[in-house]
Design a protein around this ligand. Structure first.
Ligand SMILES: [Zn+2]
Length: 676
């Protein structure tokens, strides 16, 4: 991406018909210009075919380039010396009334303007308005009426609704602030006094809404007895160094883009209701019996599972202490998180164990809550433990004090928040293992590595699909998960249902294509990239990327540049063909001929997707030899012939025998010696 001049050069030379290798080879030879391919292309006159797989340089948006110029980002994909990001701390009090499914909340947000800019507005998200009548969304829902906004004040001044700007005599007339305009799920507060660079603002909001019982998504309740609450409080949108305020509406498919801060949340529920959420319980002694607190404190050191609330406790109504008012307030505290979610139920069994992170945190608490009729859910505690330990080792040490899997209603499906995930009660068997592993993997991406998921869903779901496949294959000791993901992508490609990975998830043409572009395709490509770079190089780079951008906001071009740094070469061809376009790969063996100097193999690329060629030759008797041709062999040609030195008689030739690359048609990937 960065080295645009190199590829421009190649394209120009191809156009002139003079095929000269200009790319300087550094490190891994993934796409150096290859003289053999050039000679072959020149000899058969195919060097100028219009759809030759040579791709132009990736051009990041001008605002990303501006960020590099300002020193907040760098050309090597790392944050610049002048990188900054905003911070918002939340103090929230919320009460749930189970019979009516009513949530009532009030909050104070302290917003720190760490940017060099003077802010004249603040953008606040009211996610629950996606369930209001007349609000734009891309999912069908049951209406709940959305959020009732009872009060909003800024620095002590009450805020009212402002009229929309109007045109008068060719000028835009904006009503005077302070006040706000609500547009669906997004409110823009217009300030009377700007917040200076380094300044703060305090926002107070009172609100309420009815929790969806069904026909919702990401949050809801099951029979007024199990509540999963997410996207539930008014939240400051992100103002970042590249794009400024994120004003994108919450339409349903896209999930979130959130800044970091501290949360102190008081959740009030009836006696006997268990609450688990983002953060740690700060007032256990007011709610739990001494032996329950002992279990919570002992759990991190354990590898076995113990109960804080057992099925018998649920049956006897003694999950918590009894209060005089019949309700209790659970105080949860979390630092350096980008969101807060919680689950509560009068039927939760609460299991705990410990996990080793290998980092500064040492051992952390693992929690699993589920209803007593879901016996198989008890297994999820160990899946969660495995996920935290595996990803701590593979990506980055888990930095938070606890990790929770919470069983929920069907509409939550599987949904991730910092330190807590919601998983539908319908999950079971391998599906439960998979969804617990997947959702806990999200603790890393995007909860620790804070990407802009609405715009770049692949940096959230694609990375998570990749991570999950590694963890699942570790758990089950197979490669099924990786290959399963690849097959999902290939199905979409065969149906021509694909949409580009680098498209906005809310505006994809079809749901299948949207899902593949977010999950299985980028997941598959990360496995391909890992194979190309070598696992050791890739894994070191991957950890470096996660550590570099932990608690920050990387953009796609940061990742691209860091990957190129690790590869030691330009990867424009990879990003362009696979992330920006929907080119597919179809490598095919055209001919195999044995000569005195070895085996002449001709491989054709029947589609526009580019990948290296990995060829395994098997001799009579079973000895094998594997050779790799770099992706550059496809520069300007679709057919490559090479002589592979080989002793003995070749019996079989196979392209990509271990399926590292997403070849759309494997029928033409092998050749066997004809029987005479
Ligand atoms: Zn996911």
């Amino acid at each position: 991406m960065r080295s645009s001049e190199r590829v421009d050069c190649v394209v120009r030379k191809l156009t002139e018909g003079v095929l000269v290798g200009l790319i300087v080879l550094v490190g891994t030879a993934i796409f150096p210009v290859d003289s053999v391919a050039q000679e072959a292309a020149a000899a058969d006159g195919t060097g100028l075919i219009s759809d030759a797989p040579v791709f132009p340089a990736v051009t990041p948006p001008s605002r990303y380039q501006d960020a590099i110029d300002k020193g907040t980002r760098t050309v090597n994909g790392r944050p610049g010396g002048d990188y900054w990001q905003q911070r918002a701390d939340y103090r929230i009090a919320v009460e749930i009334e189970p019979e009516t499914a009513r949530l009532t909340g009030s909050e104070t947000i302290t917003y720190y303007n760490e940017s060099p800019d003077e802010l004249t507005s603040i953008v606040v998200r009211f996610y629950q308005n996606v369930f209001s009548e007349g609000v734009a969304r891309n999912r069908s829902v049951t209406l709940t009426g959305g959020m009732d906004l009872d009060r909003m004040a800024l620095n002590g001044t009450e805020l009212g609704v402002l009229a929309r700007p109007r045109f008068e005599n060719g000028e835009v007339i904006r009503p005077e602030g302070p006040g706000y305009r609500m547009n669906g799920t997004v409110a823009v507060i217009q300030l009377d006094e700007p917040i200076p660079s380094g300044g703060t603002a305090e926002l107070e909001i009172d609100w309420g809404f009815t929790v969806s019982g069904g026909g919702g998504f990401r949050n809801g309740h099951l029979d007024n007895s199990v509540f999963n609450l997410a996207q539930w409080y008014p939240q400051i949108s992100v103002y970042d160094d590249v794009f400024g305020w994120d004003m994108s509406p919450y339409l349903g498919n896209g999930e979130f883009y959130v800044g970091y801060g501290r949360f102190e949340v008081d959740v009030t529920v009836p006696d006997g209701w268990v609450v688990v959420g983002t953060g740690m319980l700060a007032n256990a002694e007011e709610i739990l019996r001494p032996e329950q607190i002992e279990a919570l404190l002992a759990a991190p050191a354990l590898d076995t599972v113990i109960a804080v609330v057992s099925a018998a406790d649920v049956e006897s109504g003694s999950a918590t202490l009894a209060s005089t008012e019949g309700k209790q307030t659970w105080r949860m505290v979390a630092d350096s998180v980008r969101d807060f979610a919680f689950a509560t139920s009068d039927r939760y069994v609460w299991h705990v164990t410990g996990a080793e992170t290998g980092g500064a945190r040492g051992r952390v608490l693992i929690q699993n809550v589920f209803t007593p009729d879901m016996d198989h859910w008890a297994e999820a505690t160990l899946y969660a433990k495995h996920a935290i330990e595996f990803f701590s080792g593979y990506i980055l040490e888990y930095p938070y004090p606890q990790a929770t899997a919470a069983m929920g209603p069907p509409q939550v499906n599987g949904m991730e928040y910092p330190m807590i995930t919601f998983i539908t009660h319908q999950a079971s068997g391998r599906g439960l293992t998979g969804v617990v592993t997947h959702e806990l993997s999200h603790f890393w991406m995007p909860m620790i590595v804070g990407t802009k998921e609405m715009a770049y869903a692949w940096m959230d779901e694609g990375f998570t699909t990749f991570n999950t496949a590694l963890a699942m294959d570790d758990w089950f000791e197979t490669s099924d998960s990786r290959l399963g993901g690849m097959n999902g992508y290939l199905q979409a490609a065969r149906f021509e249902a694909e949409v580009p990975i680098m498209g906005h998830t809310d505006f994809a043409e079809n749901p299948f294509g949207r899902s593949v572009a977010a999950y299985s395709k980028p997941g598959t490509l990360l496995h391909s990239l890992r194979h190309m770079l070598g696992a050791e190089t890739f894994d070191a780079f991957y950890t470096d990327y996660a550590r570099t951008w932990a608690f920050k906001h990387p953009m796609p071009w940061d990742f691209f540049a860091m990957a190129e740094g690790a590869a030691g070469t330009d990867l424009d061809w990879f990003w362009q063909s696979w992330f920006y376009e929907t080119a597919t790969l179809d490598q095919s063996i055209a001919s195999v001929q044995q000569s005195s100097s070895g085996v002449d193999v001709t491989v054709e690329n029947l589609d526009r997707g580019v990948m290296p060629v990995e060829i395994r030759l098997t001799a009579e008797g079973g000895a094998t030899e594997t050779v790799t041709w770099p992706a550059s062999v496809w520069a300007g040609t679709r057919s490559v012939t090479r002589t592979i030195p080989f002793d003995g008689t070749v019996d079989e030739v196979v392209i990509d025998p271990d399926q590292w690359y997403p070849d759309i048609d494997r029928e033409n990937n092998s050749w066997t010696r004809p029987t005479s």
